[in-house]
Design a protein around this ligand. Structure first.
Ligand code: NAG
Length: 234
């Protein structure tokens, strides 16, 4: 082979980014008409709701959606963990979590399913998340919309800000709005984990949740806004 051909080949190999082998485990690729869709399905269309389920019928708002039009890597379990780490959350020290598990019905045919992920803000390196568990702070729970009836692969997230664990992890006043905004502000500012960089675009929806405290866990009012994020890999 001529040396210049070799050089060209090497150049091309170096220039083309190595694509992640991770694929959307949610199954079916979007059809042409679905790809016009916003990357998630309104859970209410098939009996779900934008509040999770805690005790009795009370719930916490699912106030963030990560659209399936985002970087495919963060739609995987590992990628999502890395992405949320880049935002300042961590999944360590969950043993210190005293709260009960929540369920959500995303209208995807799975009915009420248990939270997949519970992550907490980490404060400083010595104590990491363990310290946060005592001091309170930001956290979120996440579910994936991947049942067969609405298999978007999108993440539905309930974010909030808590008091410390002596107060049994209750939410601070305005804690749902604060928790959501902290997540969203970090996402749109842009973050990185190792060599991956991301920046999110946000669309605010006011038609998915009722504003107020009706049916809301701890009776804490929220403003009814849901952030739909499309997280792009830079
Ligand atoms: C749905 O997503 C979760 C989390 O990624 C995964 O554990 C589960 O196996 C998926 N279910 C299906 C039917 O693909």
């Amino acid at each position: 082979m001529f040396p210049w051909v070799l050089t060209l080949l090497l150049y091309c190999a170096a220039a083309s980014p190595v694509h992640d082998q991770t694929v959307l485990t949610s199954g079916k690729p979007l059809t042409a008409s679905e790809s016009q869709s916003p990357g998630w399905y309104d859970p209410r269309l098939r009996g779900g709701r934008m509040l999770d389920y805690t005790i009795e019928d009370y719930g916490e708002p699912l106030n963030i959606i990560i659209s399936a039009l985002s970087d495919p890597y963060i739609l995987t379990d590992n990628g999502f963990e890395h992405y949320t780490k880049s935002l300042g959350y961590s999944q360590e020290c969950l043993g210190l979590h005293y709260g009960n598990r929540h369920y959500a019905d995303l209208g995807d045919g799975d009915g009420q399913k248990i939270e997949l992920i519970l992550a907490r803000q980490h404060y400083f390196p010595v104590w990491g998340t363990c310290w946060e568990s005592l001091a309170g702070g930001h956290h979120f729970r996440a579910w994936r919309q991947n049942g067969t009836e609405a298999n978007s692969g999108a993440w539905f997230i309930g974010a909030s800000k808590e008091l410390d664990s002596r107060n049994h992890h209750t939410i601070v006043p305005n804690g749902y709005n604060l928790g959501r905004d902290w997540f969203v502000d970090n996402a749109i500012a842009g973050t990185r984990h190792k060599n991956r960089w991301w920046k999110a675009e946000v669309e605010w929806r006011t038609d998915l949740l009722e504003e107020g405290s009706d049916g809301i866990n701890h009776g804490i009012a929220q403003d009814g806004r849901v952030a739909v994020l499309t997280v792009l890999r830079l």
